[in-house]
Design a protein. Structure first.
Lengths: 68, 404
């Protein structure tokens, strides 16, 4: 994940979008291609969310090391 | 020979105990003093000494009576206690059994506090209707507190452990003394100087202290700076038993600075779990949709076969497409859920692209990975993927297979 992308999408935006996607998928009534597109988007959102959280861990670790 | 009375220790302590307990001067009375030597025993009972400048009395506050106020009893505080004297026979100690306790901190400052509280409340500063909701995932938190001491350290530790995505910005201020109120108020107003930092939450915090130590947080200038702060404010002043006007005007009041940090940010492991459950819900919806579509295709193809038996070839073609679609989608589901679950650091080492960079190549046929030599036969068209590109190729068998 590049830093540009993490600046573009805040965690909050990604998380909200992810929830909207899963809600729409669960509501149903979509065509196969619409569903697949949503699904793929959702997976990407989830991956980015997790990467943001886990990346941040490393940053904090580094900051703590530098500080000590 | 003179007859003298000799008492056993048990007898005499029993007599003393009875005479004390029977005496209404020493029963159901109020005492005022300061708590010291406070011990909250694991059994739930609380032992303390209440004293003034000259004398002290050992007290016990039994679990059955203290459970509601247990956390609010602190050492060195002035209190009013209600109860009765008894004698603790095992040690012959005089003991006061507490049945009720009240804060005795109602000095001259108390009246001033009440006066200000009423006038500011009448102005609507403490209205519950204007309390704002805290951001779910704060981007940046401005912490208004002393730059030295445990408070900022505690907040920093808790926030970085729970939610390292949040940026913490310290706005240093003195929190005690003559200049404190002015300093705190201008520190809170400084939130507008951080436009570029996307601050969406303010924590105003101070460690524990006496009523006098915390008094700056009852000054009108501080209360009004919180009131007009454009961003939600959490107050965390002193301990749970301390209440200041800053606490009343803030959008949320935390009992301690550490509690403020926990209130401010979510726990990232809980959020990671939520994301995983969303991914599972997505997969379930997708699988349900696919299986219902595949059922319909299968249904139609069987009807075609029934009506026109000569059309087996077409039916087989439909079946092949169906199988292929289902196979490709299943692969995609597996691959993508794997991607999610391995993202914790292992992502790079397990992703196909990292493997390719190490010098491996991937062979695919009709958009599906070739996982076995059995998947290809002579003259099959395949794609060979390297990390930097792919080539179309055709299988030409030149010898026997080399099966492991």
């Amino acid at each position: 994940m590049s830093s540009e992308q993490s600046e573009e999408f805040s965690f909050e935006n990604l998380y909200e979008e992810l929830q909207e996607i899963v809600d729409r998928l669960e509501q149903g009534g979509l065509s196969l291609s619409e569903s697949l597109e949503l699904y793929e988007n959702g997976i990407n959102m989830a991956t980015r969310c997790k990467e943001l959280l886990l990346q941040a861990e490393h940053q904090i670790d580094e900051l703590i090391k530098e500080g000590s | 020979m003179v007859e003298i009375d000799v008492f056993s220790i048990s007898d005499i302590t029993e007599r003393l105990k009875k005479s004390i307990e029977i005496d209404t001067q020493f029963s159901n009375i109020w005492l005022e003093g300061e708590i010291s030597s406070l011990t909250k025993a694991r059994s739930g009972h609380i032992y303390l000494t209440i004293k003034d400048s000259d004398s002290s009395i050992r007290c016990v506050f039994f679990k059955s009576d203290n459970f509601a106020v247990r956390d609010r009893i602190v050492d060195n505080s002035r209190v009013l206690i209600y109860g009765s004297f008894t004698l603790y026979k095992a040690r012959g100690d005089l003991q006061f059994v507490i049945s009720h306790i009240e804060s005795g901190d109602k000095g001259p400052l108390w009246a001033e506090f009440e006066r200000r509280r009423e006038s500011l409340a009448a102005e609507g500063l403490f209205d519950l209707a204007r309390k704002r909701i805290l951001p779910k995932f704060p981007k940046a938190i401005l912490v208004v507190t002393s730059p030295t001491g445990a408070v900022i350290e505690d907040i920093r530790n808790i926030v970085s452990r729970r939610w390292p995505l949040t940026k913490l910005i310290l706005e240093p201020t003195v929190v005690q003394g003559a200049d404190a109120a002015q300093n705190i108020a201008s520190a809170i107003r400084n939130v507008s100087n951080y436009d570029g930092d996307q601050i969406d939450l303010v924590i105003v915090a101070r460690g524990g202290g006496s009523v006098e130590d915390l008094w700056a947080f009852n000054e009108e200038i501080v209360v009004r700076s919180i009131y007009s702060c454009p961003i939600p404010v959490i107050s965390a002043i002193g301990h749970e038993t301390d209440f200041t006007l800053a606490d009343l005007v803030a959008d949320h009041r935390a009992p301690t600075p550490s509690a403020a940090a926990e209130m401010a940010v979510p726990d990232r492991f809980e959020v990671l779990q939520q994301i995983e459950s969303i991914v599972l819900r997505q997969n379930t919806s997708m699988k349900m949709l696919l299986s219902s579509l595949l059922d319909r295709v299968a249904h139609f193809s069987s009807r075609i076969q029934l009506k026109r038996p000569g059309i087996e070839l077409l039916q087989a073609g439909v079946q092949a497409i169906t199988d292929q679609m289902s196979h490709a989608i299943r692969l995609k589901l597996v691959e993508q859920s794997r991607l999610i679950f391995y993202s914790e650091g292992k992502l790079d080492s397990l992703s196909p692209s990292a493997t390719l960079i190490r010098g491996y190549a991937l062979v695919s046929k009709q958009d599906a990975a070739v996982r076995s030599y059995k998947d290809v036969t002579d003259a099959d068209d395949v794609l060979i993927h390297w990390h930097d590109g792919s080539l179309k190729a055709r299988i030409e068998l030149t010898g026997g297979s080399d099966v492991e």
